[in-house]
Write a new protein. Structure first.
Length: 421
C-alpha cells in the first residue's frame, strides 16, 4: 500500500470506522494519482489554467466540430464538450441532492454530495469494487434484480446471502433479521424499493421495522438503497420517502455506512443517459476519502462521465416543468397498474396468484405451470450457484409481469420478456 493510501485509511478509520472496516482489499489501496485530472481540479477557477488534456480556444471555450455542436443546441457548451470533473459538475451534484431532499420532505441530516456515476449499474459496481471481497457477505432479497449476481460476484467472489422477505404472502422484516444473523463478518446489504421484480414498496410500519432490523446489527455494514424506481408508487398511505433518509438519520458511523444509489435512468425517464449518483451518510473528512477512492476507480475504468448526458440531466433538473412531466408518466404507469389489478381479480387464484405489489414497473405472479423469466438463470442454475433458487413460495413458477409496456396483462411475462430491467 502507498503512503497516500495508508493516510486515507487512517483518516477513514478515525472519521468513519464502519466505512474503513468495510473496505475491500482493492478499496484499501485506492489513492487518486496526482496526474492531469488532479492538476486540472487544482487549476479550476484560477486566472491562468495551463493544464492540458483537452482542446479549447484562447479563452477556454470548447471548439466542437459543427456537426456535433448542431445536435447540442441549448446546452451549456463547457459542460457539454469539455471534460467534467470526475466526481461530476458541482452544480449538477447540488441540484440532484436538492431534488432528493425535496422529494423526501427536506430532511436535514447531513449527507455527502452525490458522486456522479455512469448509470446505476456503474454505481453499484463501484460499491462492489470498494467494499466487496471474497470475505464479504452480500445480503440480497429473493427474488431480486438478476444483475446483482454479476455485480457482486463476478469480480469479487463474495458469498451471496439470499433471503425472502415474505412470510405467507406478507412482508416480514424478521426474515432480513434472520439473514443478517448469519453474516460472518463484514457485509453489504442491498435494499431495493420500489423493487424489481416484485413491484413492492413498504408502508410506514414495514419501513420502520426494516430500519430497526438493520440498525440493530453490530456491523460493519454497508447498506445500499437501490432507488432506481423512486417515485413510481401507486397507492396512498405508503411510506413517503427513500429508506436512505430513515437509515442515514439514525446510522452509527462506527457500524453503518448508508449509500443511496439512484439516477436519471427511471427517475427522469432517461434510460440511455447513463447518469447515476451515489450519495452516502459519511461527511467531512470521511466523505473526502470516499470521494477520492471512488474517483480513483472511475479514473481507472470509464475515465469520467459523458458531458452531453450530464448537460441534459442538468437541464431537466433546472426546468420547473419536469416534476409535472414525471407525474404524467407516473399516472400512465398507475393506470396500467390498476388495469392489471382489475384483470387479476377475474382470474382463478388457484391457477395464478399475484404477490403483493403496489409500485415500480413490475408485478409478480405464481402459476401452477412451470416456466421461468426469459433471460434469467433457471431455478436449477440458481440453486447450483447459490444453494438456493431465490424464488420463494409454493413449488410453482414465479414470473414477472412488466407494467412498462402497453397491454401489460397477467400473461405478459411470457410475451415481451424482460427487456433491460
Ligand atoms: C433495481 C435496478 N437497479 C438498477 C438498475 C440499473 O439502472 P441503470 O440502467 O441506470 O444502470 C435497474 C435497471 O433496470 C434496476 O431494475
Amino acid at each position: 500500500m502507498t503512503n497516500e493510501a495508508a493516510d486515507l485509511e487512517a483518516t477513514l478509520l478515525r472519521e468513519h470506522p464502519a466505512a474503513a472496516r468495510s473496505l475491500s482489499a482493492l478499496g484499501r489501496t485506492l489513492a487518486f494519482p496526482k496526474g492531469i485530472p488532479f492538476q486540472a481540479a487544482q487549476a479550476r477557477g484560477s486566472t491562468i489554467n495551463a493544464t492540458l488534456g483537452q482542446l479549447t480556444d484562447d479563452r477556454g471555450h470548447p471548439l466542437p466540430l459543427p456537426a456535433i455542436a448542431r445536435g447540442m443546441v441549448g446546452l451549456d457548451p463547457r459542460q457539454t464538450f469539455l471534460y467534467a470533473p470526475i466526481e461530476g459538475p458541482p452544480a449538477l451534484r447540488e441540484a440532484w441532492l436538492a431534488r432528493q431532499r425535496r422529494l423526501a420532505g427536506e430532511p436535514t441530516v447531513p449527507v455527502s454530495a452525490p458522486f456522479v456515476t455512469h448509470g446505476l449499474t456503474h454505481g453499484l459496481s463501484l460499491l462492489a469494487d470498494l467494499f466487496v471481497d471474497a470475505d464479504t457477505d452480500v445480503v440480497l432479497p429473493s427474488p431480486c434484480w438478476e444483475n446483482y449476481d454479476l455485480l457482486f460476484t463476478m469480480r469479487t467472489g463474495a458469498r451471496i446471502v439470499p433471503y425472502s422477505p415474505w412470510t405467507e404472502g406478507a412482508f416480514d422484516a424478521g426474515r432480513l433479521a434472520a439473514a443478517l444473523a448469519t453474516v460472518r463478518g463484514k457485509a453489504l446489504v442491498v435494499l431495493n424499493f420500489p423493487s424489481n421484480p416484485t413491484g413492492w414498496w413498504p408502508d410506514p410500519a414495514h419501513a420502520r421495522a426494516l430500519v430497526d432490523v438493520i440498525l440493530a446489527h453490530p456491523g460493519p455494514l454497508v447498506v445500499v438503497t437501490d432507488d432506481a424506481y423512486q417515485g413510481f408508487v401507486y397507492e396512498e398511505g405508503l411510506h413517503d420517502r427513500s429508506l436512505f433518509w430513515d437509515l442515514a438519520e439514525r446510522a452509527d458511523p462506527e457500524r453503518h455506512l448508508i449509500v443511496k444509489c439512484d439516477g436519471a435512468t427511471k427517475e427522469l425517464v432517461f434510460f440511455s443517459s447513463r447518469v447515476g449518483f451515489l450519495t452516502h451518510s459519511a461527511t467531512g473528512e470521511a466523505e473526502r476519502v470516499i470521494t477520492e477512492k471512488l474517483k480513483t476507480l472511475v479514473r481507472g475504468t470509464v475515465g469520467s462521465a459523458s458531458g452531453p448526458a450530464l448537460s441534459l440531466v442538468a437541464a431537466a433538473l433546472a426546468d420547473p416543468r419536469s416534476d409535472d412531466a414525471f407525474e404524467d408518466r407516473r399516472r400512465l404507469m398507475a393506470g396500467r397498474y390498476r388495469a392489471l389489478r382489475r384483470a387479476l381479480k377475474n382470474l382463478d387464484p388457484s391457477r395464478l396468484r399475484a404477490w403483493p405489489f403496489n409500485a415500480a414497473y413490475f408485478a409478480r405472479s405464481s402459476s401452477s405451470a412451470p416456466s421461468r423469466c426469459r433471460g434469467g438463470p433457471s431455478p436449477a442454475a440458481r440453486r447450483a450457484r447459490h444453494g438456493h433458487d431465490r424464488l420463494p413460495g409454493p413449488a410453482c413458477a414465479a414470473r414477472r409481469v412488466l407494467l412498462a409496456r402497453r397491454g401489460a396483462h397477467p400473461g405478459a411475462g411470457r410475451g415481451p420478456g424482460p427487456a433491460r430491467p
